[in-house]
Design a protein around this ligand. Structure first.
Ligand code: BG6
Length: 479
């Protein structure tokens, strides 16, 4: 659909940026914080790019005032951050660590002081190691009760000032990388467990949302889903079916549960036939249905293209590009369902991620048509190598172009009738990329932090910083 004139962004549109505790805070063992699964995992040789870890990250824990001052200078309307579970409950449950609560109170107060709407993510992947040790973390149903208590604690402590909440960040990614590819903690490869872990995470998500209504009735909550809309490689019906299979098993498998409390039929039957469908208890589906979100949080980076994969086709494990050397990403697939192929119509980043703003519009419309929920774009952005010239200049025109074209796609979607709450760019400052170290940069603000050696963590505004400031000031008119 081509539009002659685009609708303006709503006046209360939340222009912002996002981060996650482990990737920015540092201070990994400060003020009573307990150990997370990531604090342990990064210490295993060979797991992260050049052995990088979040011990210091970009030291947001100590520099949050400076960072928020920069957000205010930019005119940011919202900042999405996550709480480290281990700061609140060092052992995952039991005694509250007051110093952890105090830190987030200071952070939230500082945001509110600058009229920046806080969006709080309850869980962005840093699980208390104590829970992993005690009962396998997400592998056990016990996590549901502990996650519920942790969530309620946050609702009670911060609900007076925080009205927008994200329950789980990218459940589809932390479970896939944790239990299918083994690239994230706990580094397991077990398909059956993967679906079981997901079922527990679904229950935890639902119970947190259900409880939220009791504590913050005037607030809004939803999960953030890593949505990669599926394309068919060709118009061959077998390829179209492969893309349908992928859309169902890699996207609807989560979003249907969030929105409706049910698993999609064909995928469920497929998993049952393979003996890997999750075990479900009496009452689970009732709970899932009670956890309906107020919005769908969407983390969008790229689309994925699929073609048919016969029953005796390849089981592709696929190598992930974590070095920034273009062309090192490999395809993946499931025999009888689909396999991924490179989309020759799209440009790619140095990490082999497709650049596809129109895919965002397609995805937003699919969600709107299927679920009818408002959408918060909780992440979107470009990870690239940045170069500092003359000591403090960073000309990241490629990032501006990426974000500009995605903002245009959002405006087109709004014109199509999509209800949008806001747009959080990943990320505000540069931060630690879980597997790619510090060299893969996303921020509007450069942080002098690298893989090797000691650095001063100095903040420097990139060209995109000044550009996004204009975008916000003009409410999206000057992109
Ligand atoms: C999302 C995560 O998957 O993508 C972020 O929510 C992450 O935590 C971001 O950093 C970018 O991924 P990467 O691998 O480029 O750091």
């Amino acid at each position: 659909m081509l539009h002659e004139k685009l609708k303006p962004f709503p006046n209360d549109f939340l222009w912002g940026a996002a981060s996650a505790a482990y990737q920015v805070e540092g201070a990994w063992d400060t003020d009573g914080k307990g150990k997370s699964n990531w604090d342990e995992f990064v210490r295993i040789p060979g797991k992260t790019f050049k052995g990088t870890n979040g011990d210091v990250a970009v030291d947001h824990y100590h520099r949050y005032k400076e960072d928020i001052a920069l957000m205010a200078e930019m005119g940011m309307k919202t900042y999405r951050f996550s709480v480290a579970w281990t700061r609140i409950f060092p052992e995952g449950k039991g005694e509250i660590n007051q110093k952890g609560i105090d830190f987030y109170n200071r952070l939230i107060d500082e945001l509110v002081k600058h009229d920046i709407e806080p969006i709080l993510t309850i869980y962005h992947w840093d699980l208390p190691q104590a829970l992993q040790d005690e009962y396998g973390g997400w592998e056990s149903r016990q996590i549901v009760e502990d996650f519920k208590n942790y969530s309620i604690t946050l609702f009670k402590e911060f609900g007076d000032r925080v009205k927008y909440w994200v329950s789980l960040n990218e459940q589809n990614i932390f479970t896939r990388l944790g239990y299918q590819t083994g690239m994230h903690p706990p580094g397991v490869k077990d398909d059956k467990l993967y679906y079981q872990v997901n079922h527990h995470a679904n229950l935890a998500n639902a119970i947190a949302i259900k409880e939220f209504r009791n504590y913050i009735p005037d607030g809004k909550i939803g999960p953030s889903f890593a949505y990669s809309p599926a394309y068919a490689a060709t118009s061959k019906p077998a390829d179209i079916l492969a893309a349908e299979n992928a859309e169902e098993l890699t996207n609807h498998w989560w979003m249907d549960v969030y929105a409706w409390g049910v698993y999609p039929k064909a995928s469920w039957d497929y998993l049952e036939r393979r003996g890997i469908a999750p075990e479900v208890n009496v009452g689970d589906f009732e709970l899932l249905k009670e956890g309906k979100p107020d919005f769908m949080g969407v983390n969008y980076y790229q689309t994925t293209t699929y073609e048919e994969n016969p029953l005796d086709g390849a089981t592709l494990e696929g190598h992930f590009n974590t070095t920034g050397k273009k062309g090192t990403m490999e395809d993946t697939g499931i025999p009888g369902l689909y396999k991924t192929v490179m989309n020759e119509n799209l440009e790619r980043t140095n990490w082999d991620w497709n650049i596809d703003p129109q895919g965002l519009r397609i995805g937003l419309r699919r969600i709107t048509n299927r679920y009818g929920l408002p959408i918060l774009i909780s992440e979107n952005g470009l990870g690239e190598h940045d170069k500092v010239e003359d000591g403090s200049t960073i000309n990241d025109d490629y990032r501006i172009e990426y974000i500009r074209t995605h903002i245009k796609a959002i405006q087109e979607s709004i014109t199509d009738g999509v209800e949008m709450i806001g747009y959080c760019v990943w990320s505000f400052t540069d931060l630690l990329s879980w597997l790619n170290g510090f060299q893969k940069r996303y921020g509007f603000v450069y942080v002098n932090q690298h893989e090797e050696g000691v650095h001063d963590l100095r903040r420097m505004r990139k060209k995109s910083f000044y550009w996004y400031k204009e975008v916000i000031e003009s409410n999206g008119k000057r992109i």
